[in-house]
Structures are given as structure tokens and as C-alpha cells.
Design a protein around this ligand. Structure first.
Ligand SMILES: *Cc1c(COP(=O)(O)O)cnc(C)c1O
Length: 438
């Protein structure tokens, strides 16, 4: 007889690959192509982006992949968002609409550049910025929308475009999680006026460290970005470097080794995406069969890059509407992790609830949890799978993860009483109680 007890209660684990690196789950995937690309830079002696070489080639290849006129390689995705804001000519203190649910850099970039993020709730189905809530947040000071293609799903860009045009706003994409995703046949990065990608090693198009890419069709924006990544110097002219700075700016360039590594990854991006898409869809189809598991929705007019897989647990459909969603999720997370499924939270606070952000908000617009109910609900009732499903060889492991979900769902009767007796306090409420000192 096989031991069918949950691993949490001493039974056998279902998934026997840890979260650590294995050939099925390693990310980024490093092959001889990457080794040769990096060694090629070492042998060339051309290490910086000022010398023509890998950086320019990556920029050309990414612009052509995305379908835009210009691409500028930068030191990180955060730098790409910052320079997109700087180059778009927003006035100091202007308001930028930002989703309440994203990675911290989406909020810190405007704050670092003297702009005011105004947080907008997400759509409860796509988890991206809700265009209706965005419309309601517009004031005479609003000058831009920073749309985040969260988890790899493009936002409702037609609705945001209409809104931006109606109010004369710059439409920006935070595409840090969405390399290769499409909206109505067009690539993420070609959907707004300017877009920022991250090349962080964890992202769908990684480098062997840190990097970023900015894309735009707007030549003036591109030229300002190039100026701002290089001490404010214009290096486009011929001849000797003049050491002439036109604006005060930092140093946000990408190095040649990072570019060479990413070019090698780019050559495999589409092929890896297709295999991942098959793996993930098969996995999600099995999970969708389970009562109360809400799998990510990808509208027909978009493709999903599956940077992260977010799974919601609906306590009504699970037959326990009396238990707090956060308690249900916490217990399921424990049971699934014991089975070897690497589920974890991604973002435990709305962006405006982050202590650093709260203390930076204007006095007349303090953070109020009631402002973003869809964001809070999502944080409470969901977990994510990150990074290791990116590897196209992870398909069989995802099948084992689906087995683990089915095992846990088969024994919910044993689990849920524990959730019922648990004392559970959401992090956003704890942060609220602790308060923030400026
Ligand atoms: C990763 C990420 C960033 C920041 O990119 P870095 O390269 O790490 O600076 C910004 N926004 C989102 C949504 C991200 O996921």
C-alpha cells in the first residue's frame, strides 16, 4: 500500500526536485553559446558600450524583435524606468499613474526622479492596472501612465491608449516581466510611447547579472536617454571625446559582457517561450479542475510570457467561506511546500503600503488600504511559482506539482480545520499598526 498521507503529516513528498539549481530548473540556462559569447568579449578587449560591439548589436536585435525604431541598453530595468520618465519631459512634481500592485521599482523610479506616483487598483482578473480606476485617478497634474505587464501579461493597452490620448498623457510600459508577450499581435515594448525591460538574471530574457533595455519609436526620447546614460555627454559625433556634458546625469550603461550573454539568450527566446507555454498551459489546465483554484486568465487578444504563475484560492468555491482567505492560503502554502511545490508569495504589500513609499507620499494623499480592494484581495488569497518553470525542461516537474495539488485537494478535509483555528494577521495590517516614521 502506498502512503497517501500529506508530506506535511509525515507522508512522502510528491515533487523530488528542490528549488535549487538542477538541469530541469536552472535559470538562466548557461550553455557553450553563452560561454563563447562572454569569452569573445574578453578576447576582443571591447568592454564598454562606448566601443562599437555587443551592446550595439543587442540594441539592434531587440529593436527589431520588438518592432520599434530605437533601443537603448542600460544598467538595469530600474534605470530604464527612470530614464524613460526623465526623457519623456514630465514636469517636476507631475503625477504618474502606477498600479498599486507591482515590484517596488515601479514606485521608486518616479519618486527618485521627483515625480509623484498615484496608485491605481488592479483588475481582479488580469492583475494589471484597471483602466476605469486609472481614469478616476486623473487630475490636472497627471502627466503619465506607467503600465506594468505584471507576471508577463500585457495590460489592456487600447483602453490605456484612449485614456492617455484623451488627457494628453505619456503612456509608458514597465515590461520588465514581459519579454516576448504580445497584445493584438504587437510585442510588449511597442505598445506605449516608451518601454522599460529588465535583463536581471531572474527575468525571461536574462543577462549574467544586471541590465536593462529601453525601447521607443520616438527619436527625441531615445536621444535624451542616450545622453542621460552617459554623464550627459553626447558621443554621437565623430572624432575625439570632447568631455562636454549637456545635462547632469549619471552612468547607466550596459557592459559588453552582459550584452553578449543576453544576445545568446535572445537567440533562444522564442523557442524557449513556446515550450514553456506548452508546459505551463498543461499544468494550469490540471489545476483549473480543482475546486477553488483560480488559474491565470490570458485574454484571447494577448499572449502571456509566464514570468510568474499566480494561483488564487477561492475560499467560497473551496467550501470554507468562514475562514479568512489569508489563513487558507497560508495553510495551503505550507502543505504544498511540504510536497515539494515551490509556492511563495510575490509582493506581500500594496506598493503604497511599503514603508518607504508611504513616507514619501504627499500629506494630502496618505495611504488608505480601502483604496485598492482588488490588490489586497489578491495578496491575501494567492501564491506564486517563480523562476524554475521558466526552464523549458521543467515540464515533467510541473506535472509532479499538479500531482501534489491534486493530493492536497484530495485531503482538504484534514487541512482546513487547522486553517480555521489559526490566528492570521495580514502583513499590510501589521505594517499599518507599526506605522511609519519619516
Ligand atoms: C524586475 C523588475 C523591475 C526592475 O528591474 P531591475 O533590472 O531589477 O532593476 C521593475 N519592474 C518590474 C515589474 C520588475 O519585475
Amino acid at each position: 500500500m502506498t502512503d497517501s498521507r500529506l508530506a506535511m503529516f509525515g507522508g512522502p513528498r510528491t515533487v523530488e526536485a528542490g528549488a535549487g539549481a538542477s538541469p530541469e530548473t536552472a535559470w538562466p540556462i548557461v550553455t557553450d553559446a553563452e560561454r563563447e559569447a562572454v569569452l569573445g568579449v574578453l578576447d576582443s578587449g571591447r568592454f564598454t558600450s562606448v566601443e562599437r560591439g555587443e551592446v550595439q548589436l543587442l540594441e539592434q536585435e531587440w529593436a527589431s524583435y520588438v518592432g520599434v525604431r530605437h533601443c537603448a541598453a542600460l544598467s538595469s530595468g530600474t534605470a530604464a524606468i527612470e530614464l524613460a520618465l526623465v526623457a519623456s519631459g514630465l514636469e517636476p512634481g507631475a503625477e504618474v499613474l502606477v498600479p498599486a500592485f507591482s515590484f517596488i521599482a515601479t514606485a521608486s523610479a518616479p519618486l527618485l526622479r521627483g515625480l509623484v506616483p498615484v496608485f491605481v487598483d488592479i483588475d481582479p482578473v488580469t492583475y494589471t492596472v484597471d483602466p476605469v480606476a486609472a481614469a478616476a485617478a486623473i487630475t490636472p497634474r497627471t502627466q503619465a501612465i506607467l503600465a506594468v505587464h505584471l507576471h508577463g501579461l500585457p495590460c489592456d493597452m487600447d483602453a490605456l491608449r484612449a485614456l492617455a490620448d484623451r488627457h494628453g498623457l505619456v503612456l509608458m510600459e514597465d515590461a520588465a516581466q514581459a519579454h516576448g508577450a504580445t497584445y493584438r499581435g504587437r510585442q510588449a515594448g511597442a505598445l506605449g510611447d516608451v518601454a522599460a525591460f529588465s535583463l536581471n538574471a531572474s527575468k525571461n530574457l536574462p543577462t549574467s547579472g544586471e541590465g536593462g533595455l529601453l525601447t521607443t519609436d520616438d527619436e527625441a526620447v531615445y536621444e535624451r536617454v542616450v545622453l542621460h546614460r552617459q554623464f550627459g555627454e553626447d558621443l554621437t559625433g565623430r572624432g575625439e571625446r570632447a568631455y562636454l556634458s549637456r545635462v547632469i546625469a549619471g552612468n547607466d550603461k550596459l557592459s559588453s559582457i552582459q550584452a553578449a550573454f543576453t544576445r545568446s539568450q535572445l537567440a533562444r527566446l522564442s523557442e524557449r517561450h513556446e515550450q514553456r507555454d506548452r508546459n505551463v498551459r498543461r499544468f494550469l489546465r490540471r489545476l483549473a479542475e480543482l475546486d477553488g483554484v483560480v488559474t491565470p486568465h490570458c485574454p484571447d487578444d494577448r499572449t502571456h510570457a509566464w514570468f510568474q504563475l499566480r494561483l488564487r484560492f477561492d475560499h467560497h468555491a473551496m467550501g470554507c467561506p468562514d475562514i479568512a482567505p489569508g489563513a487558507v492560503r497560508t495553510l495551503l502554502q505550507r502543505a504544498l511546500r511540504a510536497e515539494g511545490v515551490p509556492v511563495r508569495p510575490y509582493q506581500s504589500l500594496p506598493l503604497p503600503a511599503q514603508p518607504a513609499v508611504r513616507s514619501s507620499l504627499p500629506q494630502d494623499r496618505p495611504y488608505r488600504p480601502d483604496d485598492h480592494p482588488a490588490t489586497l484581495a489578491l495578496i491575501e488569497d494567492s501564491v506564486t511559482i517563480q523562476r524554475w518553470h521558466l526552464n523549458p525542461a521543467a515540464g515533467p516537474l510541473l506535472e509532479r506539482c499538479a500531482d501534489a495539488f491534486e493530493k492536497v485537494w484530495g485531503q482538504l478535509d484534514l487541512l482546513l480545520p487547522a486553517a480555521r483555528s489559526m490566528t492570521y494577521e495580514p502583513l499590510w495590517r501589521q505594517a499599518d499598526a507599526v506605522g511609519v516614521r519619516a
